[in-house]
Write a new protein. Sequence first.
Length: 458
Amino acid sequence: MIIVSHRGPYTFVRRPDGSFETRRGAGGVVSALGPLLAGKGHLWVAATMTDDDRAALRAGAARAEAIDVALLDLDPVLHRLHYDVVSNSVLWFLHHGLFDLPRRPRFDRRFREAWDAYVEVNRNFAAAVTEQAPEGDVVLVQDYQLALVPGMIRADRPDLRVSHFTHTPFCGPDGIRVLPDEAARSLCSSMAGGPAGFHTQRWVANYQASVRDVLGSEPAAFCASFGPDRGALEAVAASAETAAARESLAALVGDRRVVLRTDRIEPSKNIVRGFLAYDLLLEEHPEWRERVVFVALLYPSRQSLLEYLAYSQEVELAAARVNERWARPGWTPVIVDSRDDFPRSVAGLERYDVLLVNPLKDGLNLVAKEGPLANRSDGVLCLSREAGAFDELGDVALAVQPYDLEQTAAALHTALSMEPAERVARAAELKVRAGARTPHDWLVDQLRACGVDADAVS
Ligand code: G6P
C-alpha cells in the first residue's frame, strides 16, 4: 500500500549537533496514521515542507518509526505556487466558502502560471508513485493539494488501484462554478476516475452534485469519517511533557471554570467570533466575570499568506479587547498561548469545562473528537453545526451557529450552567461517540472502496 499526502506524518528538526529529531507533523489525521502503518512495509510519499526536512532528506535522515517515507524535494518556486496560491488561497477558500466574492478570486495570468505549477507538482507526486509501485498495488491519495494525482496515476499505471480522500469539505455546484472551467474539469475528472472519499455524507453530496454539474456524470463516492487514536492520546497524556503542561495550566486557571479551544490560526476556525461571543457572555452574564477563563491554545499556520498574517493580528486584537474590557486584578479573562505543542493541547483537553469548536466549515474537526476522549472534567462540547463531526456528535453536543454571536454566547452560558448530572451523562455519551471510529476503520473503508481486502492493514 502507498499513502500519498502533501504534508507527511513527520517533520524533521535539526539538532545543534547536526543530527535530526523526528516530530509529529501538523496535520492531525495523517499524523494519527503513522503508528498504524509502522513496520508493515508500506510506503508514504510526501513533500519536504521545511529547510530542515530538505536537509534531513539530503543527509539520508528523513526516516521514522519503520515507515518508509519518500519525501519529495520539489522545485521551491513551483512548490510555493502550488501550495500558497492554488492549494491554500484558491482550493482551501473554495471548499470552506471563504471567498469574498465581489473581490476575490481573480483568475488572471498569474493564476494560470500557478495552476501550471499545481499540475507539475501533482505530476511529481504521481511519478514518485508510478515509478515505485509494485504491480497491482493500492494507492491512497489524500486531500485537495493532490487532487490531480489519482487521474495521473491511472493514466500511467492502470494496474494500480487508486482512491482519493478529501479531508476538507467539498464545495457544491455554486462553488465549483467559480473555478476556471478547465481547472474545474481537471479536478473533477481526476477525482471521479475512481472512488473519492469524504468525512461526511454532506461533502459526498456536494461533490457528486459538483461532478454532475461539471462533467454530467455520476461519480463513485464514499463516506468514511476519521476517529482519533485513543492509545496514542493516552500515551501523550501519560508523558512527562503533558504532566508539566497540566501543572502550568493549573497554576494559570486555579479553580476557575475553563472554556477552551485549540486550533491552527486559520480563518475558517472562526476564532475571532469565538472571542466576540465570550465578550457578549461576560456582558450579559455578570455572574461569570472572574469565575471563568477562556484558554485559547492556538498555533501559527500558513504564515506565508497575507490573509493568515492579517487574521493572526485580528485574533490577537480580539483577545486583547476582551482583556482590556473585563480584566480585574488577579483575573485575565482570555489567555492565548501560541506555541505549537501537542502535550500542552492534551493537558488543556483534559481540563476544559467547555470546549468551543465553532468553525465556519470544517471537513471533520478532529479536536471535537479528541477533546471528549481526553477530557477528565465532564466537559461540555459546544460544536458548530458546520463541522463534519457534528453529524456524529451533534445531538450530544450543544449546537453552535458559527455566525451568530448571541446564539454562541447563549450556548457557552448553557454549557457553563449545566447541571452536573447532565454534564456527566453527555460527557459519557460523547466519549463513546468520539471513540466509535478509529484510524484503522477509516483506512479499511478506503481499502474497501478500492476493492481491496481489509486484511492488508490488519
Ligand atoms: C488540514 C488539511 C491537511 C493539511 C492540514 C495542515 O487538516 O486537510 O491536508 O495538511 O490542514 O495544513 P498545512 O497547510 O499546514 O499542511
